[in-house]
Ligand binder design. Structure first.
Ligand code: FPP
Length: 237
């Protein structure tokens, strides 16, 4: 019976993570912030495999927001280099896991060579169908809604427009809304991530800094989610 219950355990279809706390992780160790981001990237590499093993179908991470351009130039440049490194060195591993890489966010401001690499990685993995690994880079929820509204207006729609009409213009319209959003490092906010899509998401917050978030922490979050009752504004059964 206990085993049956385990097998029935509710797993999110779409897990989203706000990767926070790289800077604090580094500070605690007297290291430069960029070392924290590097440690965060290493943690992410492993996470794709762990997430896939738990039967999650969509895994999105908030790696760089539309507001992160306001960070010191050296940090922004360093993060762009990490994104390049990841695409150059890790895409084969991701593909071997059966995962498709997708990028989500505005394409302006990103360096041209990085954009080229991003397009290549998407194309190179496009036939993988076990897991969609979605990297939100230069992403902002408000920007996404605004971009969708502008595209919708340009299409001269018939009033009144519906949610579905607008959704067609989101960056990844086929991706289901996140079921569970995890935020590491103790802040209790969404910071402009999946703004529209999170209307009925469940949240899980932990004080652990992202580079310390391991398999055990992932399972704690998933366990917690499995015990929640989702009603989407309806009544309790
Ligand atoms: C937030 O921590 C983290 C970021 C802005 C960057 C996250 C990026 C990575 C983990 C690298 C990912 C790489 C790829 C390829 C997706 P913070 O700097 O705000 O930490 P703090 O709040 O402690 O200062």
């Amino acid at each position: 019976m206990a085993e049956e219950k385990k097998l029935e355990k509710k797993v999110p279809t779409h897990l989203a993570i706000i990767l926070d706390g790289n800077g604090r992780w580094a500070k605690k160790r007297n290291l430069p912030r960029l070392m924290g981001h590097r440690a965060g990237l290493r943690k992410l590499e492993n996470m794709v495999r762990l997430v896939k093993a738990r039967g999650i179908r969509y895994f999105s991470v908030y790696a760089f927001s539309t507001e992160n351009w306001n960070r010191p130039a050296m940090e922004v440049t360093g993060l762009m280099s990490l994104f390049r490194y990841y695409i150059r060195k890790k895409v084969d591993e991701v593909k071997a896991e059966g995962a498709r890489i997708r990028f989500c966010g505005r394409k302006d401001k990103l360096p041209e060579d990085l954009l080229k690499q991003m397009r290549w990685a998407e194309d190179y993995t496009k036939d993988q169908n076990i897991l969609d690994f979605i990297l939100c880079i230069n992403y902002g929820g408000r920007a996404e809604i605004l971009d969708a509204v502008n595209s919708l207006i340009a299409s001269k729609p018939q009033a009144p427009v519906t949610e579905e009409d607008l959704r067609k213009y989101f960056y990844l319209p086929d991706v289901p809304d996140p079921d569970l959003i995890i935020r590491t490092s103790g802040e209790l906010r969404l910071s402009n991530f999946w703004l529209w899509e999170s209307a009925y998401s469940e949240y899980y917050f932990t004080d652990i800094h992202w580079p310390d978030f391991d398999e055990n922490e992932l399972d704690k979050a998933l366990e917690n989610y499995a015990g929640r009752e989702r009603r989407y504004g309806g009544l309790k059964n």
